[in-house]
Write a protein that binds this ligand. Structure first.
Ligand code: SF4
Length: 373
């Protein structure tokens, strides 16, 4: 039955008709095949008549100004503020989802904040943000909206950040990342079993995206792996993951190991011990990875950036706030001159740990006391 409202029919790209009359969405490796009125697994892309539509264009689940380190990105405009928003839905079904209220939401439940691309770009600039992040849910499923926002941002000098699981098909991937300046890609585990049983996805597709980013684009990207006790935290799996990253992506790609908190359908799984994060970090460093971080816990050593040339402290972090800066104006270590890979400016931002919700009133963005997604 067709329950797609008239204002939910933004023309979608990346689809084709099949001989049996269905339409196939080509945005992600699920390749949903739809009859009229059906929605894909992500819920937000749907078939309306003889075409595909995006049902969430121009509407968000909320806006916040965050530290860029929260995405997490530690080598992209450190210390700066990022204007963050998401929509609804997701194309993976992770049982451990830490944002399930958004990713599992039906659009009408959550999308209470309409905003045009131009309004978002102007708001980011007005609020002193250096970038806009598509986050909270995966932007590949609202690709048309994200790209229009990215174009509006670039027109006013604002950079763009994708926080994504990298579960995207090749043609859509090329279009999407052509408009991004930076990305954090979730590498959720390193076995097909993990992706199949916990996410109903495929590891290979995500590895393809990471290799694509490295070889075919200039997008600055970092990787996050949420460590879940008993699921993806064995020495063997961390060893294989680290070896692959070093060999295929290089030793300079930052890797973040973050702590799981019981949530969604895995509320009986314990949270990740700090010792597990430390063990993962040690394994990755043994494989030669130069920038390995821990997150979702308070660990100044594991959150900070250290020079790979001389071991000096380059960027000291306490949670998301910077407390030390050991780089010169060209982004090199003040002690030994080794360059820090990434997008680093002459001086750090000063946004700190704050998280500022934002609402739009009369086409202007204003800080809000209310919580947002
Ligand atoms: S983006 Fe959505 S509709 Fe398209 S293939 Fe993926 S899950 Fe299916």
């Amino acid at each position: 039955m067709d329950d797609i409202a008239s204002d939910e029919r933004f023309p979608a790209r990346h689809w084709h008709g099949l001989a049996d009359g269905r339409i196939q969405c080509d945005v992600c490796p699920r390749y949903c095949k739809l009859h009229d009125g059906q929605r894909g697994l992500c819920f937000v892309r749907a078939r309306a008549g003889d075409r595909m539509v995006l049902t969430t264009y121009g509407r968000s689940s909320g806006f916040c100004v965050d530290p860029i380190e929260k995405k997490p990105l530690n080598h992209f405009l450190p210390g700066s503020a990022v204007f963050s928003f998401g929509t609804a839905g997701c194309n993976l079904t992770c049982k451990f989802c830490q944002n399930w209220d958004i990713s599992k939401a039906r659009a009408a439940d959550r999308l209470n904040s309409p905003a045009t691309p131009e309004l978002i770009a102007a708001a980011a600039r007005q609020l002193g943000c250096r970038s806009v992040a598509f986050t909270y849910n995966d932007p590949v499923i609202f690709l048309e909206y994200a790209i229009d926002v990215a174009k509006a941002c670039r027109a006013v000098g604002i950079k763009t950040v994708a926080v994504t699981a990298g579960y995207v098909a090749p043609e859509a991937r090329a279009e999407f990342f052509a408009h991004m300046d930076a990305a954090n890609v979730d590498l959720k585990g390193f076995t097909e079993r993990f992706y199949r049983d916990l996410c109903s996805g495929k590891l290979d597709a995500v590895l393809d995206t990471l290799v694509y980013l490295k070889r075919e684009t200039s997008v600055w990207f970092e990787i996050t792996t949420l460590l879940i006790p008993g699921e993806n935290d064995s020495d063997d799996e961390l060893d294989a993951l680290s070896r692959w990253v070093a060999a295929e992506l290089g030793r300079d790609v930052p890797l973040h190991f973050t702590a799981f908190h019981p949530d969604w359908k895995m509320r009986d799984t314990p949270q990740t011990p700090a010792a597990t994060l430390a063990r993962a970090r040690a394994i990755a460093r043994r494989h030669g990875l130069r920038y390995v971080y821990v997150g979702n816990v308070r660990d100044r050593d594991g959150a900070s950036t250290w020079c790979c040339g001389c071991g000096a402290l380059l960027i000291g972090r306490d949670q998301y706030a910077l407390f030390a800066w050991g780089l010169d104006e060209s982004g090199r270590c003040c002690n030994c001159g080794t360059a820090l890979p990434g997008v680093v400016e002459a001086s750090p931002g000063a946004w700190g740990n704050r998280r500022q919700p934002v609402v739009f009133r009369a086409a202007a963005a204003v800080p809000s006391g209310a919580g947002c997604a």
